[in-house]
Design a protein around this ligand. Structure first.
Ligand code: ZN
Length: 323
C-alpha cells in the first residue's frame, strides 16, 4: 500500500457538512443504492473515500421556514430509517465516545447538525427538543436573515437578534457546536462575543483567495483559531474562486488557511450533495484520498495531514460536547 493510502485510511477522516439527507428524505435514493450511483455521498463511497465521521445537515430551505421544526423532524426520521436499514455499516453518534465505539466496529459515525435556525421556529425550547433527538451542531442561518441573525446574503437586523443571543447561550449550556458558516460578517462578530467555547465554520473558504460573502476574511479565520475552533474547507468551485476548480484549488485554500490560522484549525466540510459542481478529481466522496495525496506532496507531515483530515474537528467535538 502506498504511504498516502496507509495514512489516509489510518486517519480518522471527518467531513463537517453534507446535504445528502434531503435526497434520502425525498425518497430519491438510499444510502446503499441498488441502481446507478447518484449524488456525491452514499455508504459504499464513504467507505471507498475513507470517511469515518460524516456530519449530515438537517437543512431547512427558506420555503420551509414556516414549518422548520417539523421539517427538521422529517429529516431526522429519514436519517433514522437509513441508519436502521444499514446498522451493520453506520450508526448515529451523539458523543465522541460513540464516534470511537462505531469506528472500532468498522462503522461510519453519523453526526446530526441543523443548517438554518429556522428549525427552531422562534422557540429556544425547540433547541432542547432537537438536542434530545441527537442534534449536536447548529448554524443560526442559511443565506437569508431569519429570527436569529442576518445571513451572508441578507442583512436586516444589524447582526444577531436577542433571540439569536438566547439560542447561542442555550447551545453553550447544552454543549452544542455553533456553526458560523452562512452568517453575515456582523452577525459573525456578535456571535463570537456571545459564544463561550470554540466555534466552527463547517463549510466556508478563505475570502482572501476567493472573495465571496460565504467565505471568511483573515480576521475571521484568526478569530476562530483564537477560540480553538476549526474551519471546514468547502469543495464548491464558486467558493474556491475558480470555475475550473481541481483538487489543487482545495489544497490552495487548506494551505492558505493553515498559514493564517495554524494547522490545528483547518478541517474538511465538503458540502457534497449541496453543490451543483465539484472540483476535477473530487467528483464525490470516494475521491477524498486525493486530498491526502496532495497534502503529502506539498510537504505536510503525516501528523499535520491527520489533524486536517479529522483530529482538529474531533478536538472541538470533544471540547464542546461535554455531556
Ligand atoms: Zn450551506
Amino acid at each position: 500500500m502506498q504511504t498516502s493510502e496507509r495514512i489516509h485510511f489510518e486517519a480518522v477522516v471527518v467531513d463537517l457538512h453534507c446535504d445528502t439527507l434531503q435526497d434520502l428524505q425525498a425518497g430519491k435514493r438510499t444510502l446503499v443504492p441498488s441502481g446507478p450511483q447518484e449524488g456525491h455521498i452514499d455508504l459504499p463511497r464513504l467507505k471507498a473515500g475513507g470517511v469515518d465521521v460524516q456530519v449530515f445537515a438537517l437543512y431547512i430551505a427558506p420555503e420551509m421556514a414556516g414549518r422548520g421544526y417539523q421539517r427538521a423532524v422529517e429529516l431526522i426520521e429519514a436519517f433514522h430509517r437509513e441508519i436502521q436499514h444499514n446498522r451493520e455499516a453506520i450508526g448515529h453518534a451523539r458523543t465522541v465516545e460513540e464516534i470511537e465505539s462505531l469506528l472500532q466496529q468498522g462503522k461510519v459515525a453519523a453526526v446530526l447538525a441543523v443548517e438554518n435556525g429556522d428549525a427552531l421556529e422562534g422557540r429556544v425550547e425547540n433547541l432542547d427538543h432537537l438536542y434530545a433527538q441527537g442534534v449536536r451542531m447548529l448554524s443560526l442561518t442559511w443565506n437569508h436573515a431569519n429570527a436569529l441573525a442576518d445571513g451572508a446574503r441578507e442583512q436586516v437586523h444589524g447582526g444577531l437578534t436577542p433571540l439569536g443571543k438566547d439560542v447561542i447561550e442555550r447551545m453553550d449550556e447544552l454543549g452544542m457546536v455553533l456553526d458560523v458558516s452562512h452568517l453575515s460578517e456582523q452577525a459573525f462578530w456578535q456571535a463570537l462575543e456571545v459564544a463561550k467555547g470554540p466555534v466552527v465554520a463547517t463549510h466556508s473558504n478563505a475570502a482572501a483567495l476567493a472573495p465571496h460573502p460565504r467565505n471568511l476574511t483573515d480576521e475571521q479565520l484568526r478569530a476562530i483559531a483564537a477560540r480553538g475552533g476549526v474551519v471546514g474547507v468547502n469543495f464548491y468551485p464558486e467558493f474556491l474562486g475558480r470555475g475550473d476548480a481541481t483538487v489543487e484549488s482545495v489544497l490552495e485554500h487548506i494551505t492558505y488557511m493553515a498559514r493564517v490560522m495554524g494547522v490545528d484549525h483547518v478541517a474538511l466540510g465538503s458540502d457534497f450533495d449541496g453543490i451543483s459542481k465539484t472540483p476535477a478529481g473530487l467528483e464525490d466522496v470516494s475521491k477524498v484520498p486525493a486530498i491526502t495525496r496532495g497534502l503529502l506532496a506539498r510537504g505536510y507531515t503525516e501528523e499535520e495531514v491527520k489533524k486536517i483530515l479529522g483530529r482538529n474537528a474531533l478536538r472541538v467535538f470533544r471540547e464542546v460536547w461535554r455531556h
